[in-house]
Design a protein around this ligand. Structure first.
Ligand SMILES: Nc1nc2c(c(=O)[nH]1)N[C@H]1C(S)=C(S)[C@@H](COP(=O)(O)OP(=O)(O)OC[C@H]3O[C@@H](n4cnc5c(=O)[nH]c(N)nc54)[C@H](O)[C@@H]3O)O[C@H]1N2
Ligand SMILES: Nc1nc2c(c(=O)[nH]1)N[C@H]1C(S)=C(S)[C@@H](COP(=O)(O)OP(=O)(O)OC[C@H]3O[C@@H](n4cnc5c(=O)[nH]c(N)nc54)[C@H](O)[C@@H]3O)O[C@H]1N2
Ligand SMILES: [Mo]
Length: 770
């Protein structure tokens, strides 16, 4: 029974952070110090931090934001420090650890507990009889994998997952191994992340990457930031935005939540701001639309622009470079303001104000992240965004352009290296020519398709190059049973996580070196390379002595698996593992933009890969920038029968706290949102709490609403009154992943709709499993 609620509105006060401090600043410094000291490895870790993102140091595993040119600056942020610290622990998960615990016991522990136990130190194989992981030698592990692969009826029964921390060298070897084995099954984290950006940008501008460089931010008149939370997820971006604001540029934010980093920011490396305890106000305009409302906002801005007497589209640019413009503008004219306002949740006047900033700015940059990419209509939204930006020629012009802000530090590089279930024919041609084999030409599986294939028994072996597949993917029980259905699961990992506990009939954990570790091979200490959000490729070299001699590098492990399974006749795997510069030679031979690769990575800051759209060369079918025209979606959540919708239906977004890195939980606080020592919270408008008959702080259960009859529920979440639009709620991932149906994914992108989940609340009964 729901509690009848009287007007107890004093309790339903909106959650305020415990202090009103700006993002960054003293709070960040204090938090960095705490994390350093807690790591029990302070001296080592301070040395490590000073080497983050420095020439001859390692690339920060935190995020994919680019590096400023000024070499004297310290180049880490609070959350980068947490990521580095987490990896550089002195705690070991070795055979003694595994001898103590059964897998069924470990399964009961939290994600935080599992990773906190330390670094994986030696290869382990699951033993079903004792329900424990037992040590195995590397050679035995490679041979076991080779045996399983030889037993497959078809190469497409193998799934090769990649998480975006893998270096270019590791990713290149991995895809080469998979394709020589005969499959394009390369599901990756990108399928759950910026896939919609890749799909939309490729079809609009002919390349699936952002067109700006970091320097463009110094010349922009206006920066529009859609659906991202840089204060937590890309803290170094705040520094860039702050610089723009200080020189008078406008920053316009669209975010369903008022994120503190986007409101106020104190720079931890600016002595004046720190001493005077002042901060920079981070935006000129801040709008809080409904989840999934951004396409309507952009449509509204274009409509407002067309209605302004002082704005005319850049007809020179459009006639020379674009197709489909008239169709699109007609559709905009036909779209009613009422639909735009209802869907976006913004007033017409608000959208007009935002459009005015665009009209008055010669150079506009747009940035975005998961708030745009994890919806049903994400590809359509990003097409709309490109159309709007192109209207004034804001692509391929200094100080202007498109900036999808990538997540994992090398997720963009992994795609460049061929981690792609739909590789281009050109890329396969060049592999075939260089290595003399027939590459598979059929499309492989994306993440959702891989889960479906393992679930049905069609795929039998899963190998994960990093990541935490079981926790990061949707419909958790379904994914877990899909993994458990495999004949063999293999995880190449730095830390123990949930995926290792969801074992196939046979299961291996292969411990690898991380970014911070020294990688010593036959030819000496190795470096690897990565590509940031701005297509800058640079080297990364670890500086810490590895915790165990039994850890191997990712390239070494991949070469070991490949040599055991394929032999060395066509590719000298063992030689490649001894000297990564040879891998870079192969990359140079087969991937465009990497001429003189080995030489170019020696220059400080690395080198720019280039971007055709930035040069106004459009590699689309029409060789023009293609305007794609879509109707606004009729529903933010389609496929939900009318009978399942009611006034109690809420739309849930799942997002990151300040103390997590995807499925890695560093701590239980979310400082900027005022949450302490807990993660099971639901951010909700106080009016919704009252309307639905609950009280602030009450614990509730959440049930997903979907077209099938499957029960998807999670229990025991505390209602936190928050400044969030009515009808919209927010909670943390991965605790919420059981609510996302496997077949709830974006049109064309197949990205799970992590920011658009229809749910209803129901009273929590404490006997429910939490
Ligand atoms: N410290 C840290 N850094 C990280 C990560 C991490 O977990 N921790 N993860 C990395 C990865 S892989 C990624 S992909 C990025 C993720 O970076 P973000 O995309 O910033 O991550 P989320 O936490 O998912 O935040 C989504 C933001 O979009 C807003 N939002 C959600 N839906 C909508 C919408 O429909 N419209 C609008 N306008 N806003 C919306 C939310 O309120 C929230 O502020 O960060 C990377 N960096
Ligand atoms: N509900 C919901 N689900 C989401 C999202 C969301 O916003 N909401 N976001 C999605 C997004 S954007 C992404 S990118 C995915 C992330 O999905 P993944 O990339 O699969 O997950 P991570 O949590 O980043 O992976 C963490 C694990 O990687 C391993 N690891 C860390 N460093 C290294 C390394 O250097 N090498 C190797 N081999 N292993 C390493 C560690 O064992 C650690 O446990 O999740 C997606 N899932
Ligand atoms: Mo991501």
């Amino acid at each position: 029974m729901k509690k009848q609620k009287s007007s107890n509105s004093d309790r339903a006060e909106i959650q305020k952070p415990s202090d009103d401090k700006p993002a960054g600043g003293w709070g960040a410094l204090q938090s960095t110090t705490t994390h350093l000291l807690q790591s029990k490895n302070a001296a080592k870790n301070i040395k490590t931090l000073l080497n983050t993102n420095q020439h001859d140091g390692f690339d920060c595993p935190g995020c994919a934001w680019g590096e400023e040119k000024n070499p004297s600056r310290i180049r880490f942020c609070e959350n980068g420090a947490k990521a580095v610290n987490w990896e550089a622990t002195s705690k070991k998960v070795d055979r003694t650890f595994f001898a103590k615990y059964q897998v069924s016991w470990l399964k009961q522990q939290t994600n935080y507990y599992l990773e906190y136990q330390g670094r994986l130190c030696e290869p382990m194989r699951y033993d079903a009889d004792s329900d424990k992981y037992l040590p195995i030698t590397w050679d035995q592990a490679y041979n076991l994998i080779a045996d399983h692969l030889h037993n497959l009826q078809h190469p497409d029964q193998l799934e090769l997952y990649t998480s975006g921390r893998a270096s270019n060298e590791a990713a290149y070897l991995y895809q080469l191994f998979g394709r020589m084995f005969g499959t394009n099954n390369f599901p990756d984290c990108s399928n759950m992340c910026h896939e919609a950006s890749g799909v939309a940008l490729s079809s609009s501008i002919g390349i699936g990457k952002g067109t700006v460089t970091l320097e463009d931010f110094e010349h922009a008149d206006a920066i529009f930031v859609f659906g991202q939370n840089p204060g937590t997820n890309h803290p170094r971006m705040l520094d860039t935005l702050r610089g723009a604001i200080k020189r008078g540029a406008s920053v316009v934010i669209f975010n369903t939540l008022k994120e503190r980093g986007l409101e106020k920011f104190q720079h931890p490396q600016d002595p004046i701001e720190m001493l005077s305890n002042s901060s920079t106000t981070m935006n000129s305009l801040y709008f809080t639309p409904h989840l999934g409302g951004d396409m309507a906002i952009i449509r509204g801005m274009v409509k407002a622009l067309l209605e302004r007497s002082d704005f005319t589209p850049d007809s020179g640019f459009l006639s020379e470079h674009a197709t489909g413009v008239a169709d699109y503008l007609n559709t905009v004219k036909e779209t009613d303001w009422s639909q735009i306002c209802e869907q976006s949740g913004l007033e017409q006047s608000e959208i007009e104000t935002a459009a005015e900033v665009y009209a008055k700015s010669n150079r506009v940059i747009s940035t975005w992240a998961m708030g745009l990419t994890q919806h049903f209509h994400s590809v359509a939204t990003l097409h709309e965004l490109v159309n709007w930006m192109a209207l004034n020629g804001n692509i391929g012009k200094k100080g202007a352009g498109l900036c999808p802000v990538r997540g994992h530090s090398n997720v963009q590089g992994d795609r460049t290296m061929g981690i792609n279930e739909r590789p281009s024919a050109d890329f396969l041609d060049s592999l075939e020519e260089r290595f003399d084999f027939d590459a598979p030409r059929n499309h492989g599986h994306s993440t959702v398709e891989a889960i479906e294939a393992m679930r049905s028994g069609e795929s039998k072996v899963f190998i994960g190059l990093g990541g935490n597949f079981a926790a990061a993917t949707p419909d958790t029980p379904v994914t877990e049973s899909a993994l458990a259905n495999c004949d063999l699961t293999v995880h190449i990992s730095t830390k123990l996580n949930r995926s290792h506990l969801i074992t196939g009939k046979d299961a291996l954990i292969l411990p690898c070196l991380g970014r911070t570790d020294i990688d010593l091979q036959q030819s000496g200490e190795q470096k690897v390379t990565v590509e940031d959000s701005f297509s800058m490729v640079h080297a990364s070299k670890g500086i810490l002595e590895p915790l165990s001699k039994e850890m191997r590098s990712e390239p070494d492990i991949i070469c070991g698996i490949a040599a055991a399974s394929l032999g060395e006749a066509k590719v000298p795997w063992t030689r490649l593992a001894e000297d990564y510069s040879l891998v870079r030679d192969l990359i140079e031979d087969t991937v465009s933009g990497f001429n003189n690769f080995n030489r170019k990575i020696d220059q400080p800051g690395g080198f720019y890969l280039g971007n055709s759209a930035r040069e106004r060369i459009w590699k689309t079918a029409s060789e023009k920038l293609a305007f794609h025209t879509h109707q606004l979606p009729t529903e933010i959540i389609p496929f939900l029968p009318g009978s399942k919708r009611s006034k109690t239906t809420l739309i849930l977004q799942t997002m990151r706290s300040h103390d997590q890195y995807n499925t890695t939980i560093y701590g239980m606080n979310d400082r900027y949102r005022g949450i302490k020592n807990e993660r099971k919270v639901v951010f909700i408008n106080p009016e919704d709490i009252t309307r639905l008959g609950y009280e602030a702080d009450q614990r509730v259960s959440l049930r997903a609403l979907w077209h099938d009859e499957k029960v998807r529920e999670i229990h025991g979440f505390r209602l936190v009154p928050y400044d969030i639009p009515i009808g919209n709620i927010a909670a943390y991932y991965p605790e919420t992943n059981p609510l996302i149906p496997l077949d709830s994914y974006g049109e064309q992108s197949r990205t799970p709709t992590s920011k658009s989940i229809a749910v209803e609340l129901f009273p929590y009964q404490s006997n429910k499993i939490v």
